[in-house]
Design a protein around this ligand. Structure first.
Ligand SMILES: [Zn+2]
Ligand SMILES: [Zn+2]
Length: 135
């Protein structure tokens, strides 16, 4: 067995890196931002490869897309019930595990609307930007 066969393939390394960066991210990332972060570890990684790998990760249900302000962001799956907080200053999107809506599935709203799920995106300043603004 050659040494080359023992090391993971290039495609595997790319897939593992992108998957890890998304799992470790503070929230869903745009393709551009994911690419930027990945270049720190794989400087030769092309944008087309990022798109191709994301498609694969979506097929494997490791990653899903989040549509926010008209842009598709990518997020690792399995984060449980959560919401997104979009910072108007630094434009980062954060995952929040606190739920601002006390509306469990099965809640019946006025008029007879039975709630099964909800989506909420919060907008404002992230802790860093809020601190900078009040300094
Ligand atoms: Zn911010
Ligand atoms: Zn919620």
């Amino acid at each position: 067995m050659s040494v080359a066969r023992l090391s993971p393939s290039r495609a595997t390394r790319q897939r593992e890196l992108l998957s890890r960066l998304l799992r470790e991210a503070e929230g869903p990332l745009s393709v551009t931002e994911l690419h930027r972060r990945a270049l720190g570890e794989l400087p030769s990684l092309g944008l087309a490869t990022v798109y191709r790998t994301l498609k694969l990760l979506q097929e494997q249900q490791e990653v899903h897309t989040v549509l926010l302000d008209g842009e598709n962001l990518y997020e690792a799956t399995g984060r449980g019930h959560h919401h997104h907080f979009s910072c108007r200053q630094c434009h980062k999107v954060f995952t929040l595990h606190t739920c601002p809506l006390p509306l469990p599935a099965g809640t019946v709203m006025e008029g007879g609307y039975v709630v099964e799920a909800h989506e909420v995106t919060l907008y404002g300043l992230c802790p860093q930007c809020a601190a900078a603004e009040s300094a």
